[in-house]
Design a protein around this ligand. Sequence first.
Ligand SMILES: *Cc1c(COP(=O)(O)O)cnc(C)c1O
Length: 359
Amino acid sequence: MKKYNFNAGPSILPQEVIKQTAEAVIEFQGEGLSILEISHRAKYFQPVMDEAESLMKELLGVPEGYRVLFLGGGASLQFCMVPYNLLEKKAAYLNTGVWSKKALKEAKGFGEAVEVAASTTNIPDNYEIPQDADYFHITTNNTIFGTEINDRKLADIYRKKGNVALVADMSSDILSRPIDVSQYDIIYGGAQKNLAPAGVTFVIIKESCLGKVSRYIPTMLNYQTHIDGGSMFNTPPVLPVYTAVLTLRWLKKNGGVEWIEQRNKTKADLLYGCLDESKLFTPTILDKEDRSRMNICFVLKPEYQDLQDDFFRFATERGMVGIKGHRLVGGFRASCYNAMDVEGVQALVNCIKEYEKLH
Ligand SMILES: *Cc1c(COP(=O)(O)O)cnc(C)c1O
């Protein structure tokens, strides 16, 4: 049976990318060796790292003066690397859920960290950004509760920030739509949602934002180390970086972020449209403007709550994988990352409609 992978992370990758990764595990570029057993200093790997950086720059339109790094440690390590490198006196955070809250917690260990607004069910926009902050931190997509900062609210943040540096965790919506990178000092994320298997973290960083704090920064936690080392100060996660290159090639070949944005919009409209009309289900995020295109959360209406396990079984029997909601939210969550095609979302919609006919 065909499986439809709606896992929240690690998550779906394009089938051809998985095949090409598997081929490279057997033999890398006709060299008679697996990618798993070559040195990252070997002549074959440097071009992979170079291509990873240049494709990220090309697809996202990264301007001059920025570097793209590929590091270990996950987005969670960035929660502390950001304040380590940028926070001298004060930082400001927009708290839109579990991941922003974790980021804010780390910042508090380095100086004053203020929460300008907090909500898990919509994207607040009634706040000011303190102009004396060293940076303002946002999480563009709330993976767990299913809210996302749309283009209009991002533009509002760009206007409000004035000269304050902007830092964004884009773990779960990177490369899902065009983004104005020039507005940011740092964009980071774990690659395991839209880009690669778990194990690599991307960091897009404006070089001029560094060197402004007075504390000692341990070598491995200092962005400058990784800029100077071209992401090869120490052994990089070789295989995930290679898969990232394959995913970026796939995206470029198909039409880049403009193409994928349209496809993501089509998918989200399809599923939210079905849920908005549903007799049994309701989307958990009611404000349409703040709904995530990547993580679509829904629950059974109060009068149908007892169908929870039954629908889960019904959907599983039809090939739906990973649609159980996060334990903090309950219900269901269909993560529709870049690699999920319209056909997959249509299959879920058909499954929901079929189930409704039975009740
Ligand atoms: C998944 C996720 C994280 C955690 O990433 P790790 O790589 O596991 O540390 C952080 N932020 C957001 C928005 C996420 O979706």
